[in-house]
Design a protein around this ligand. Sequence first.
Ligand code: COA
Ligand code: AMP
Length: 519
Amino acid sequence: MIPEAVVAMLACARLGAIHSVVFGGFAANELAVRINDAKPKVIVSASCGIEVQRIVPYKPLLDEAIAMADAKPELCIIKQRPMEKAEMISGRDLDWDELIAGATPHDCVPVAATDPLYILYTSGTTGIPKGVVRDNGGNVVALKWTMSAIYNMQAGDVWWTASDVGWVVGHSYIVYGPLFKGCTTILFEGKPVGTPDAGVFWRIISDHKVKALFTAPTAFRAIKREDPNAEEMKKYDLSSFEALFMAGERLDPDTLRWAENALGVPVIDHWWQTETGWAIAGNFLGLYKFPVKEGSATKPSPGWNLQVLDPTAKEPVPRGEIGALVAKLPLPPGTLPTLWNNDEGFLNSYLKEFPGYYQTGDAGYIDEDGYVFVMTRTDDIINVAGHRLSTGAMEEVLADHPDVAECAVVGVEDSLKGQVPIGFLVLNAGVSRDPDEIIKEVIQMVRERIGPIASFKKATVVKRLPKTRSGKILRGTIQKIADNKPYRMPATIDDPAILGEMEEALIKLGYAKAREKEG
Ligand code: COA
Ligand code: AMP
């Protein structure tokens, strides 16, 4: 999250080269998977990143990833940061500052509107991430329009997206959108709390006269937890501030109300995905502000013919009933034209299930007034602090432990991060090692292979997993038990007694407590 990251992205755009930004919280293995798929000619990296309690050396991660990958870059350009200097590999690594000192300006290279601008990897339903492709023309058309229509921003205004350039929100609304519109954009290498305190957002808004902020609900839950009465806010002049936008995960009504009361400005939830690049549904401050309904991302965006279909009949469901959220083709500008080197995967993942429609992978409903409510994913993707992660990918890691026979990972509710993953392990027959040791090892394996951003900190050993008679693990039911939600005994369950065992295991992990009280 340093200016050089944005400079590198825009330099690629200027040259007609395709960039693929990778978030710093992934492990070397995840980076290697992306290097193998994108086959970059050049890799640009900082020597390190700064987290709340530690410096994260990125260069050793990069070296490890390149060593693992089959596709090797021709060269690496390293921005040496003073907090942690990287060791350079002679003949491959070049110093950013030295190169810039000797660089000459380069004209813009014209490209077709349909040429790719970037590839951004996002979690799919397996351990293999999907390389979402964004084209040049659609991206400009959509983002420039949204800056005024959705966000009510004009040239000269100061805009701040508190996210990371490694996510789609960062691509669209730290880098491209505000700059297309002629706005000032703010790049913040820090967290909502702890860097240094829960007042940092208000200080930045006040110092830079920010007109609107875009962040994830998790950030506000973190601030609210630390400063419930918003005392920090009172220390700053927020008179420039006109609106708060939230996305990346469902905006829970508590956080919505807290932010509305504390800030006294519109708080707007809007729903979108890496694939779409901009909001599928939202409220349109530059066009017309619909009254806010708690729990709803408001109305489909112009350009989106959003429908709710029955997953079996593939027919629209009555208003107010939950079904698959799909968009009738064609998709509007700025949305993904395909997956990198994987047209077949694009068709299979998004267009096959509901012919004539784009499948969002989210389930929800549209109410009588046309308001969109996004309820849950229809696949194994979970949302941890606004970060999209695949539980399937975590299961692949756990299954690799020599003592693990079977496993399941589910996302359970978390008061800060929205959801966090927890793992259930069935050990191989005859394993007599201390289960706590095995749990520690699998937690470390997920950290090493996927990265700290997975926030995988809890797992437990169980005798067996609840399954259908055809052998499908009942992850949805486990999740409902953990979250104390009502659940129906699945008609196809193999052995209902296992659900009681799961409940016990969850209680030991600190979940499923209320149901215990209810008896
Ligand atoms: N490079 C290296 N490591 C990173 C990293 C990066 N860029 N970003 C995060 N990590 C690490 C963190 O250090 C942490 O490691 P730990 O397990 O050793 O503590 C782990 O990944 C999880 O990070 P995070 O989810 O950020 O948790 P946190 O406890 O550090 O902070 C919040 C909690 C709520 C403050 C934080 O999640 C937050 O600011 N969320 C806002 C959400 C957001 O911006 N989402 C973007 C989508 S719009
Ligand atoms: P990502 O591709 O990382 O942006 O994650 C996209 C997914 O995050 C969506 O498919 C939703 O499941 C979830 N999501 C994003 N924004 C919202 C929102 N406003 N309300 C509910 N879920 C959301």
